[in-house]
Design a protein around this ligand. Structure first.
Ligand SMILES: CC(C)(COP(=O)(O)OP(=O)(O)OC[C@H]1O[C@@H](n2cnc3c(N)ncnc32)[C@H](O)[C@@H]1OP(=O)(O)O)[C@@H](O)C(=O)NCCC(=O)NCCS
Length: 194
């Protein structure tokens, strides 16, 4: 059973109208708007004051580069509106780490806690596994209980704690590192060259 099937084995009517698909260039404005909201309220582990909105062309180029490496970049869409997105990038560029991804997920503030994260993240996990990646890592602000709980529910375990790693809203913040294996994880040699 895939992670996606396991997460939804009881069904979830709240997200019956939500479609998850690969992102397109014309989704970028909606993704930036979702992201900017969340860094303004401070939940993102990397968010900070002084953040410049990423140039739309940069984001579009980054999305294309990710697709070349079979790195998923997904959106959740409800009635034609992007209500969340999730993507994975390489954990590190050095070749030894080429089977490891780190990911991000954001749900639109009007649609929080309605099942979209639980729909979207398993699809990202499955897509990363299908692309041959073996480990998946998320950096999460230690005060972000919704995200930590969502990740725990989907098989991530806390593997690290970074105290006082961020400074935002006038105080130091901690981050947790959460990790899960993908596919066979470390139980076998990689079966494809990434
Ligand atoms: C974290 C986030 C992606 C979760 O997505 P979501 O669609 O709101 O979550 P879901 O409705 O699918 O809930 C899945 C689980 O997450 C946890 N959760 C979600 N919202 C929660 C809340 N407000 N309080 C406590 N737990 C919560 C619960 O464990 C929940 O399972 P349950 O429904 O059985 O209680 C979303 O809250 C979000 O985008 N937050 C802002 C951006 C962010 O923090 N991104 C992650 C950065 S690492």
């Amino acid at each position: 059973m895939t992670v996606h099937e396991a997460a939804n084995r009881h069904g979830n009517d709240k997200v019956a109208d939500v479609v998850v698909r690969s992102s397109r260039d014309d989704d970028v404005n909606a993704m930036v708007a979702i992201y900017l909201h969340h860094i303004r309220v401070g939940v993102d582990a990397s968010g900070s004051y002084g953040f410049d909105a990423p140039q739309l062309t940069d984001l579009k180029q980054r999305r294309k580069n990710m697709q070349k490496r079979r790195l998923p970049h997904l959106v959740a869409e409800r009635a034609g509106t992007v209500v969340g997105y999730a993507y994975a990038v390489l954990f590190r560029k050095r070749p030894a780490y080429r089977y490891v991804v780190k990911h991000s997920i954001y749900v639109h503030s009007d649609h929080l806690h309605s099942g979209i994260g639980r729909l979207l993240l398993p699809k990202l996990i499955d897509a990363c596994a299908a692309s041959g990646y073996r480990q998946m890592i998320g950096y999460i602000d230690a005060s972000n209980c919704p995200s930590i709980q969502l990740h725990e529910a989907l098989g991530f375990r806390q593997v690290g704690y970074l105290p006082s790693i961020g400074f935002k809203f006038g105080h130091w913040t901690d981050s947790v590192i959460m990790q899960r294996s993908l596919g066979p994880g470390a139980t076998s040699q990689p079966d494809m060259w990434l």
